[in-house]
Design a protein around this ligand. Structure first.
Ligand SMILES: Nc1ncnc2c1ncn2[C@@H]1O[C@H](COP(=O)(O)OP(=O)(O)OP(=O)(O)O)[C@@H](O)[C@H]1O
Ligand SMILES: [Mg+2]
Length: 335
């Protein structure tokens, strides 16, 4: 029997689920390559350690941005690496792949993912929307005619959807996610303290003291380069400053959630008020994000268990019921 494999091909991380084995890969979506030859030097964890630290002959790239492929060849190389590493297969039986895509991808972007899946060694390649998979992974019962709302805050995108009877009823997607929060911290530190810091430093500060809702003041020391002298300098940043830095992108996320609630039919709205909004994706780990969205919407908010894995975990259910999820999608003439 052939292998069935689910892949959450994210902007920040790639997770691979193999039926019968569980989630076997959880690595950053980063690739290091040699500039002159384009040869791939490292993928995933190994490449992430090189981010921002490579000599001039090597560059590290993140081949997806805003949840979609921006560098096809590098994405393909990365996908091939992860598929091989996770599922050694023997020709001629190729693994059946299910790849998650953001709900807002264009037709062209979907085709690119399908093609990359095939070229990376997939036999049949299926595509399903991230919010649907996130809902399945979070354990929501989306089979029946009852509304559930998922907010998946990833690195590149925040995908928001109301689901009922295995379909998205209303949906919105914004290209504001964790990366945008990091960028906002970089800009804030430069503006307020004349200090240039890297994205990774900003991300560390966000994880250490960042919060979307006022909390007790905590501090973190960061290092960067002084804008004026060009010399290295360190700085103590506190949680209030980081929250201020992130306020604009956080407001965009909250606004997007409200916009989906606005266009949701009243019956489903009632269900959502009853069930609460469920947060998934790495961004759901930001402190206070649940409380901040609750305040903005007036609806209870729950963070899913292990939010980073929800999409990959959801591929388990979808792969078990490919007759439901696979065929239905094809009938809709989408792929
Ligand atoms: N503890 C934490 N606090 C705040 N943010 C966090 C935390 N852990 C992870 N993140 C953020 O979560 C984001 C990555 O989430 P995730 O792995 O779900 O993204 P992705 O699926 O790769 O992206 P996308 O779905 O947009 O393609 C990053 O921006 C990361 O900084
Ligand atoms: Mg994601």
């Amino acid at each position: 029997m052939g292998r069935r494999v689910g892949i959450d091909l994210g902007t920040c991380s790639v997770l691979v689920f193999v039926r019968g084995l569980g989630i076997v890969t959880r690595e950053p979506s980063v690739v290091a390559k040699e500039v002159s030859t384009n040869k791939i030097i490292a993928v995933g964890n190994e490449a992430k350690r090189m981010l921002g630290r490579t000599p001039g002959t090597i560059v590290t790239v993140r081949p997806l941005r805003g949840g979609v492929i921006t560098d096809y060849d590098v994405t393909l190389a990365m996908l091939r690496h992860f598929v091989r590493q996770s599922v050694p297969w023997f020709p001629p039986t190729k693994p059946e792949l299910l790849i998650a895509v953001p709900a807002s991808v264009t037709h062209v972007e979907r085709r690119a993912v399908l093609q990359a899946g095939k070229e990376a060694g997939g036999g049949n390649v299926h595509i399903l929307e991230e919010p649907l998979l996130a809902a399945l992974g979070a354990g929501l019962d989306i089979d029946g005619p009852s509304g559930h709302m998922i907010v998946d805050i990833g690195g590149g995108t925040t995908d928001i959807a109301v689901l009922s009877m295995r379909e998205m009823v209303t949906q919105a997607s914004t290209r504001v996610g964790g990366d945008a929060l990091d960028d906002a911290i970089v800009r804030y530190v430069r503006r307020e303290y004349n200090l240039i810091i890297g994205e990774q430093t900003a991300e560390k500060a966000k994880m250490a003291v960042g919060s979307a809702f006022p909390t007790e003041k905590t501090e973190v020391e960061i290092r960067g380069r002084d804008l004026v002298s060009g010399m290295p300098r360190s700085l103590v940043l506190d949680s209030w400053g980081v929250r201020e830095a992130m306020s604009d992108p956080l407001a965009i996320i909250a606004q997007a959630v409200r916009s989906v609630l606005d266009k949701t039919p009243p019956e489903l709205l009632g269900d959502i008020i009853e069930h609460g909004i469920v947060l998934t994706g790495g961004g759901a780990l930001l402190k206070g994000i649940d409380e901040s969205i609750r305040r903005e919407t007036g609806v209870a908010v729950h963070v899913a268990e292990d939010p980073v894995s929800c999409v990959a975990a959801g591929t388990k259910t979808a792969l078990e019921q490919l007759n439901v999820y696979g065929r239905k999608r094809r009938m809709a003439g989408r792929d």
